[in-house]
Design a protein. Structure first.
Length: 726
């Protein structure tokens, strides 16, 4: 990459024209004493020191873009007046200089609350107590309840700095870039600067247009990535979760962490294969296939950026930073790296550290200087999306043993606490997303998402996405018609609930057999060839024996992966469970536990975590400290490769039963009574022999997985789901 740089020691930014005030903490001097809240920092400064300079001298966090020119308004503070016995001072309005012309002009043009002052224009003439509101702090807390995101502290990676550059003169023929770097050093304490060729090209016109005042965007305190004439205070970033099915993003204001738009698009790679391994197979079997897949996902990302910018009412050229997460195959394909080594043992990642690169290298049309940060992958099947989940849910800081599961075509599993953290991936297949299910569909209006079955009448009631009523409500049909959705199928959360409810009603056995004897009790149970189905909604929406099998196989794979990690930690119970992902966060914890998706746990400690991977990307977008944190955590995560663990198959077969063949369910049985396990009926005996056949298939697949693609297990699962279970 072309560019230019200076050298020297790095230093902290400081406002224009200031070498920092002389701050003393001694008691009896004539200098005014200033106390900042909420930090509680206090000290004495010479009379006439601006509040901003005093704050910087005392290490108080106050924002600024304009460098004390009274233009940006980021430095607004609220002086507090009165007797402060606690602090031993009296703070009076007269202890600050009156608002001058600059502040009056700012107030007139942009508005400023009556009790606020610009700290860069207000000078101290006496003792004062100054409150710094959250919006004037650089490292303010970002709270996003709508995203299920934990509060986190903004730590901008990209910062804007306005400077006045000394005009050129014949006597001192320094280049413009050198004089820009000098100004950034003098006004903001920035050293070791570097600038891209694009910035160098744009600098002279910007200096001319701005009359030698320019604003620059500095990335990581070192790289000048953009320059604008005069004062400029707009900088935006985008966080994206590149999922194998959907690509979802948030566009945020980099200066204050506000999310301005969220949007998602389907991943166009689906046309090359529904699941990840079929896309890897496509690459293996088609020369140049990896280029097609890379092009498709990059185009989708570029389209998403356009949609987000449009929605937020900004220009895409104002996007300066991106943070991306994705599973290892998405990660590799997006970066143009061959994903085929991820398909066979030893499932080697091309890179397991974070990757930083110019956005232009991915063909993304943003600001030409924009950078992309890709979170680190953890292992061959545990990607940057899981790193995002960890960053969002912070199991590495928990004292309680915490399980975080991101359920999709593959389930990513993280288990541990602040002492030890393990991660694995388990091939659950696409059943949880509605694929392989006869009436399955993606979560969309019209999909059945909630189901209850009356234990006596065996009649169901349900809710569909887009209609705010249960199906047994008198006005359900009218509401359905108003919504115009119809009842179109069953989505993942609906499938979990209906199978769990069928089990609780006794219609399916612990081994997952739809009990045909119920056909005598209800017309809902109908013969379907040699097996039976349950009619959830006529016509056409049935839960078939194969549907139940597909769900059993998927949940058994998930449970077995979790159980492997528990074995590694030597634990029998888990304290906290977080269900992440579009599907995971919609699952009802009770039904998930009835079905045996996750080990028995206090239900009060099981909750959804939203799109935690996307939230993690957002945190990484807005916080340099979070990037350093996740890079450190990923290094100490212990990776467990489920495909080569001999105990996976044992756990898998045990977990085929509902909720589980052998594990106790003390927490679950505190809130409901599970059906009594029936004796060895003909159906059970048949199920046992089928389980033995499945076990042999899984053993064969897992034993082969060291030399064959992990898709072998998925293929076995698929075969079992549709094969000879009768
Ligand atoms: S620092 Fe910009 S207005 Fe005060």
């Amino acid at each position: 990459m072309a560019g230019a740089s200076t050298s020297g020691a790095a230093a902290s930014p400081r406002p224009r024209g200031s070498d920092g005030p002389t701050v003393s903490e001694g008691a009896a001097t004539a200098d005014p004493q200033v106390i900042f809240t909420p930090s509680g920092r206090r000290g004495r400064v010479p009379a006439g020191t601006t509040v901003l300079d005093a704050a910087r001298g005392l290490g108080v966090d106050i924002d600024s873009v304009c460098g004390g020119r009274g233009i940006c308004g980021r430095c607004a503070v609220t002086p507090a007046f009165g007797e402060f016995a606690k602090h031993g001072i009296t703070s009076a309005p007269s202890h600050l200089t009156d608002a001058g012309e600059i502040e009056a002009a700012y107030r007139a043009e942009h508005g400023l609350a009556a009790d606020r002052r610009l700290s860069c224009t207000a000078s101290l003439t006496g003792d004062a107590v100054i409150d710094v509101p959250p919006e004037s702090q650089v490292h303010r807390q970002v709270v996003r309840k709508d995203l299920d995101a934990r509060p986190f502290v903004l730590d901008p990676v990209v910062r804007l700095h306005t400077v006045d550059v000394v005009p050129p003169d014949l006597a001192t023929p320094t280049g413009d870039l050198g004089r820009l770097f000098d100004a950034l050093g003098a006004e903001w304490g920035l050293r070791d600067l570097h600038a891209d060729l694009g910035v160098i090209r744009a600098l002279q016109p910007a200096l001319t247009r701005g009359d030698y005042r320019v604003t620059v965007a500095v990335h990581g305190g070192r790289d000048v990535i953009a320059v604008w004439p005069g004062f400029h205070d707009r900088a935006f970033g985008v966080a994206i979760d590149v999922g194998s099915t959907t690509i979802a993003g948030h566009l945020a204001n980099l200066t204050d962490g506000t999310i301005l738009a969220s949007a998602g698009v389907m991943n166009p790679q689906i046309r090359f294969g529904e699941d990840l391994m079929s896309r890897v197979s496509y690459v293996m079997m088609h020369e140049g296939g990896e280029v097609e897949l890379t092009t498709a996902v990059r185009k989708a990302l570029d389209g998403l950026l356009a949609a987000l910018a449009n929605k937020a009412g900004i220009k895409r050229v104002e996007i300066l930073e991106l943070a991306l997460v994705g599973n290892p195959i998405m990660h590799h394909l997006l970066l143009g790296i061959d994903p085929t080594p991820l398909g066979t043992a030893p499932f080697a990642l091309a890179v397991d550290t974070a990757v930083e690169l110019p956005a232009s290298e991915l063909g993304l049309r943003t600001h030409p200087g924009a950078r992309v940060y890709v979170l680190p992958c953890i292992a061959g099947h545990v990607g940057a999306d899981t790193a995002g989940v960890i960053l969002a849910e912070e199991p590495h800081k928990a004292t309680a043993l915490t399980l975080v599961v991101d359920v999709g075509t593959n389930a990513e599993i993280v288990l541990g606490n602040r002492d030890r953290l393990l991660a694995a991936s388990s091939p659950t297949g696409p059943a949880f997303e509605g694929a392989q299910i006869s009436a399955g569909q993606r979560a969309a209006p019209g999909a059945i998402e909630r189901v209850r079955i009356d234990r006596e009448t065996l009649e169901p009631r349900f809710r569909v996405i887009g209609v705010d009523a249960w199906s047994d409500a008198p006005d359900f049909a009218a509401r359905l018609e108003t919504a115009g959705t119809g009842v179109t199928g069953i989505c993942g959360s609906g499938i979990i609930e209906v199978v769990a409810e069928l089990y609780l009603a006794g219609i399916i056995t612990a081994d997952g057999v739809v009990d045909g004897s119920f056909a005598a009790r209800t017309s809902r149970v109908v013969a379907d060839g040699r097996t039976f189905s349950y009619v959830l909604h006529a016509p056409g929406i049935l839960v078939t024996q194969n549907d139940v099998r597909a769900i059993q196989l998927a949940k058994a794979a998930l449970y077995a992966g979790i159980r492997l990690l528990m074995d590694q930690l030597g634990v029998e119970t888990i304290d906290e469970v977080r269900l992440a992902g579009a599907f995971g966060s919609q699952i009802d914890p009770l039904h998930a536990m009835v079905l045996g998706l996750v080990p028995d746990c206090d239900l009060a400690h099981v909750r959804g975590a939203g799109n935690a991977a996307g939230t993690g990307a957002l945190i990484a977008l807005l916080s340099a400290a979070a990037r350093r944190e996740i890079e450190g955590v990923v290094r100490r995560v212990e990776k467990i490769e489920t495909a080569v663990e001999p105990r996976f198959q044992e756990h898998f077969v045990e977990a085929m039963a509902i909720p589980h063949r052998t594990a106790a369910n003390p927490n679950l049985e505190r809130v409901l009574t599970l059906p009594a396990r029936r004796g060895a009926s003909a159906a059970d005996r048949g199920a046992d022999s089928r389980a033995a056949r499945r076990r042999r298939r899984v053993e064969a697949a897992t034993n082969a997985a060291t030399t064959q693609p992990i898709a072998a297990i998925g293929a076995t699962i698929a075969t079992s789901a549709t094969g000879d279970d009768r």
